[in-house]
Design a protein around this ligand. Structure first.
Ligand code: C2E
Ligand code: CA
Ligand code: CA
Ligand code: CA
Length: 275
């Protein structure tokens, strides 16, 4: 008879196979999703803390699976990255975000997330340029968000592409700041237009003096570099008051507004525009 340890092991393998089969199926379905227009973008408002006025919107990708329903980005983006599908998906996001922004001036500046994998494409700056040209969106109304981890991956490849993108007049923000390992040197080596403080700091803001200290330090970095600091994941009034007291420039989070369809686009078909 099998020992319980061996049974445990084969059970573990069976689980692995099931997980791996699921991932493969999801990748196949992701490929179809783009062709069939199952993706759409939501927008989440960014607010200037001084004036209380909206200053822009982050565009967030959603996959509405015909049977599974909405699949969270945390689940499908890693699969899209592994399979390389993030390249055509990312290009679609760029074009769709620019088109939505051009048709909706009230959105202000729109921020689009770029995956590290997209920097494997030497023609990324040209994709950005074409998305702007096709939509007629002025470059100054587009902001691209790059995470700290993207920068750390391969700076010698990423920075020249970012330089060319910036030369178009597009803004570049550093996303999820405080979760990676970028040094002040990294921040100085590229002219970022904004620092987005990761939302993990917000959770602790009400309870931890250290979190307040870090917030203060990051705002100091923003001052030194003469760029605004935006705090992500703001959920409570008391977080907002902390941020205001410390002189944070901009805020984004459920307190200000949840990710939502662009007004007027609620029922619009997404994808290639065919019905
Ligand atoms: P992110 O870039 O850090 O985006 C912010 C995430 O925080 C979004 O999650 C947003 O819905 C969520 N969020 C906003 N306010 C709050 C809040 O007050 N509390 C909490 N707990 N969460 C808040 P979402 O939309 O699920 O996206 C998750 C991640 O997926 C994004 O993190 C980004 O890394 C990635 N992602 C989303 N869209 C795209 C895309 O078009 N391209 C790429 N490459 N990645 C994307
Ligand atoms: Ca982001
Ligand atoms: Ca972020
Ligand atoms: Ca994030």
């Amino acid at each position: 008879a099998k020992s319980s340890a061996t049974r445990g092991l084969s059970f573990y393998h069976a689980e692995m196979d099931a997980a791996e089969r699921h991932r493969r199926r999801m990748k196949d379905e992701l490929r179809l999703a783009l062709a069939e227009g199952q993706f759409h973008l939501l927008c989440q408002v960014q607010v200037n803390l001084q004036t209380g006025e909206p200053c822009g919107h982050e565009m967030l990708l959603r996959w509405n699976h015909p049977e599974r329903g909405p699949v969270p980005p945390a689940e499908f983006i890693p699969l899209a990255e592994e399979s390389g599908l993030i390249l055509p998906i990312g290009e679609w996001v760029l074009r769709e975000a620019c088109a939505l922004a051009a048709a909706n001036p009230q959105l202000g500046r729109v921020a689009v997330n770029l995956s590290a994998v997209q920097f494997s494409q030497p023609d990324l700056p040209r994709q950005v340029e074409q998305a702007l040209a096709a939509s007629g969106l002025p470059a100054g109304r587009l902001e691209l968000e790059i995470t700290e981890s993207t920068l750390m991956l391969d700076r010698s490849r990423t920075l020249p592409l970012l330089e060319r993108i910036k030369a178009l007049g597009v803004h570049v923000a550093i996303d999820d700041f405080g979760t990676g390992y970028s040094s002040l040197g990294t921040l100085r080596s590229f002219p970022f237009d904004k620092i987005k403080l990761d939302r993990s700091f917000m959770a602790e803001l009400d309870t931890s003096p250290q979190a307040v200290g870090i917030l203060r330090a990051v705002i100091g970095i923003g001052r030194a570099l003469e760029i605004p600091v935006l705090a992500e994941g703001v959920e409570t009034q008391s977080q907002l008051e902390h941020l205001r007291a410390e002189g944070c420039d901009e805020v984004q989070g459920y307190l200000l507004g949840r990710p939502a369809p662009v007004p007027g686009q609620e029922n619009a078909p997404s994808g290639d525009g065919t019905l």
